[in-house]
Design a protein around this ligand. Structure first.
Ligand SMILES: Nc1ncnc2c1ncn2[C@@H]1O[C@H](COP(=O)(O)OP(=O)(O)OP(=O)(O)O)[C@@H](O)[C@H]1O
Length: 263
């Protein structure tokens, strides 16, 4: 059996004493290189879970262990990409990525190596030609690509994506999904991605973690996607395995765990 790489163990998060916990007993074991999607209705606690893994929020009970080390604070081994880019507007695209490289590899790489590594990560997201531009001179999709390059440049053990494509139009979103799939295939990075988009979850992930509604949310079901890689969105659009995975997630969300207003 493959070893657990990221171990989320009986995580409970309660924001206010006396209030019901937002998350109650989330247990998940992730293998190295796995692509996990977390899906669930708005407000069920997906970002809360990601923030616990990122070390941005302490669990009230339980905890997270990454490669044998307990998560107690944020660190470059768990790089986060948020829905809205968090690039520094006064720095160029290159400088935004370079800053992360200098912070994480300032002592281990020479200047020339850091320059090359910055450029390599920009090339990975096809942003080489825009390296000298500032964030206000590039599109939303490009900003997210820079955010991904910056995260990958830290050589994270886990890439945490909090609805990274949520604010993008459908075509840009599809393009970025393809790029992230290609990067995952090339680097084998372990990924945990929050999404509201069922097709995105099925297309990208190895397993889809479906959350029950909050409060007291927990993992309701886990779907093994099992589609062979590389995956091609056009071919999959009519593939019965894709359609049945999609249906299983939709059923979970809209029949078994519909929001009260929907049910
Ligand atoms: N810092 C906080 N203090 C108090 N309550 C919080 C805090 N952060 C989140 N919550 C509450 O916890 C619940 C889960 O929030 P969270 O953002 O994790 O949900 P989500 O599933 O990511 O939602 P969405 O899909 O809408 O982004 C919500 O009810 C939210 O109001």
């Amino acid at each position: 059996m493959e070893r657990t790489f990221l171990d989320i163990s009986r995580v409970v998060v309660r924001f206010a004493p006396g209030a019901p916990p937002v998350l109650n007993g989330v247990d998940l074991k992730v293998k190295q290189g796995e692509y996990i999607a977390v899906i669930g209705h708005s407000g069920c606690g997906k970002s809360t879970l990601l923030n616990v893994v990122a070390g941005l929020l302490p669990a009230t009970l339980g905890g997270v262990v990454l490669e044998g080390s307990e998560v107690t604070e944020p660190g470059p081994d768990r790089a986060v990409v948020f829905q809205n880019h968090s690039l520094l507007p006064w720095l160029t695209v290159y400088e935004n990525v370079r800053l992360a490289v200098d912070r994480t590899a300032g002592r281990t790489m020479s200047r020339a190596e850091r320059d090359a590594w910055t450029l390599e990560n920009l090339a990975l997201v096809r942003m080489t030609d825009h390296a000298r531009k500032r964030p206000n001179e590039i599109s939303g999709g490009m900003k997210q690509r820079v955010g991904i390059a910056r995260a990958l440049a830290m050589r994270p053990k886990v890439l945490l994506l909090d609805e990274p494509f949520g604010a993008l139009d459908a075509l840009t979103r599809a393009h970025l999904q393809d790029q992230v799939m290609a990067i995952h295939a090339r680097l084998g990075t372990t990924v945990m991605m929050i999404t509201h988009d069922v097709d995105e979850a099925v297309l990208l992930s190895d397993r889809i973690v479906m959350m029950t509604n909050g409060p007291n949310a927990t993992i309701g079901e886990i779907l093994e996607v099992g589609l062979p890689r590389p995956r091609d969105r056009l071919a999959l659009a009519s593939d019965p395995r894709f359609l049945s995975a999609r249906e299983a997630v939709l059923r979970f969300l809209h029949e078994r765990h519909a929001l009260p207003a929907v049910a």
